[in-house]
Write a protein that binds this ligand. Structure first.
Ligand code: LLP
Length: 415
């Protein structure tokens, strides 16, 4: 379920017409379905069944505080990667004791903030980080709970930019060094070993890489246990793919069953860190056609959203479906859907069959994850507004930026 469906040729999000949202709030506009977000989170929770577990939403996928508030209301934990994300969890009323802190370059200030907040766990990614965390915790007179992010060196078979579990990736502690890392943590008076984690990549559509990674991790867990280093939890990361076009996605129940089969009767609490699969399909970017430019080889539909609003097509050659908000019976033509930014990489979709005219509205689907949160002000373009729809009610959850706000924190030099 995405929360988006067509009724009498018109696109709706839950019970609200996308056209009316565009009229009320302007474009470009991100719209999300609360019901779809809740349903995806509950599907994860249900797949993990009776085994003790915690779903920690990887909030880098979409960190709007209203969205975090909705997930916190379901009992979600959060996977964070910065002090800024920790602040957002706090602002949203999330439970800080359900926060796991991932990331390859945590600063001392961020470590201190997270220790003061009393988070569940630090997922450490290097020997240097272990040393620094031990020092910061000692200086604060506390003991930091730690999991080692192990890089299992498995090929997740996804786009190279979003593959993270190979030994040439910067992420995690190399499998062969992990035992030493645990020994170092166990020997430190200000660190407490509580878990092991991995995250091998994003937009995965196959269970096999998860199985490969988990079986390597479990061998390590068993070895540690024989050395009296006992773990409480196993964090399997995120990465579950969604359907953008025609991908065969993972069946979550089958995925969980496969994970449980590997784990057998070992008694770990399970943590997962899904991001994209919770919010990806639950959002769309609405945009207006500003101009139609017929060309010799192809036509351009120049829209008011651009690569600064949605960078995935430019950055990863990602394909996202583009549909008219109101269907037309006119004949279709072939378009490149492009934005106003001065870059040839500024496209949202290439070679799309569309029946459109100037001023029509388009929806770019599956734009709930890694879309708004990766947006920028390039070309001095204010970032878009965001709306969350709940049944027949639309909540404005982020105002469109004003032009003045673009330079509000800059200053002129004394002349
Ligand atoms: N845990 C860790 C440690 C991660 O680095 C990530 C994502 C996740 C969990 C969540 O992964 P997910 O379930 O969302 O696949 N911007 C890219 C995706 C980057 C993913 C980065 N890490 C995109 O737009 O495709």
């Amino acid at each position: 379920m995405s929360g988006f469906e067509r009724r009498n040729g018109e696109l709706f999000v839950e019970s609200v017409s996308c056209q009316s949202l565009a009229q009320q709030y302007g474009t470009p506009l991100f719209v999300y379905s609360r019901a779809a977000i809740e349903q995806s989170w509950k599907a994860f929770d249900a797949a993990l069944g009776d085994r003790p577990h915690l779903v920690c939403y990887a909030m880098k996928a979409n960190s709007n505080i209203a969205l975090l508030q909705v997930l916190a209301g379901l009992g979600s934990g959060f996977d964070i990667v910065s002090g800024g994300e920790l602040k957002r969890v706090e602002a949203a009323g999330g439970d800080l004791k359900k926060v796991v802190f991932s990331g390859v370059g945590k600063t001392r200030d961020e470590m201190a903030m997270a220790l003061e907040a009393g988070i569940l766990c630090f997922n450490v990614e290097s020997m240097d980080e272990i040393g620094e965390l031990a020092e910061v915790a000692a200086a604060h007179g506390v003991i930091a709970p730690v999991s080692v992010r192990v890089n299992p060196d498995v090929d997740a078979k996804t786009h190279p930019y979003i593959s993270t579990g190979l030994k040439d990736n910067k992420f995690g502690i190399a499998f062969d060094d992990a035992q030493n890392a645990y020994r170092r943590i166990a020997d430190s008076a200000s660190l407490n070993v509580i878990g092991m984690d991995c995250h091998i990549g994003s937009q995965l559509t196959d269970i096999a890489p998860y199985q490969d990674a988990l079986s390597r991790l479990l061998a390590l867990c068993d070895l540690l246990e024989s050395q009296d280093i006992v773990l409480k939890h196993l964090d399997l990361g995120g990465g579950q793919g969604i359907r953008y076009k025609d991908e065969e996605t993972l069946n979550l129940d089958a995925w969980a069953a496969a994970m449980f089969q590997e784990i057998g009767d070992r008694n770990y609490e399970i943590i997962v860190e899904p991001g994209r699969s919770i919010v990806g399909n639950a959002g769309a970017l609405l945009t207006s056609v500003n101009a139609i430019k017929p060309g010799e080889h192809k036509n351009f539909a120049i829209v008011d959203a651009a690569m600064n609003d949605l960078i995935r097509p430019a950055l990863y050659s990602a394909w996202q479906e583009i549909v008219p908000v109101v269907e037309s019976s006119e004949p279709q033509k072939l378009y490149d859907v492009v934005g106003p930014v001065c870059e040839s990489a500024d496209f949202l979709g290439k070679e799309r069959e569309l029946a459109i005219e100037k001023n029509d509205l388009l929806a770019i689907l599956s734009a709930g994850a890694y879309s708004f949160c990766m947006s920028s002000n390039y070309n001095s373009r204010p970032r878009a507004a965001e709306v969350m729809v709940d049944g027949d009610t639309a909540h404005l959850i982020r105002q469109r930026e004003s032009l003045e706000s673009l330079y509000a924190s800059e200053s002129l030099i004394a002349s």
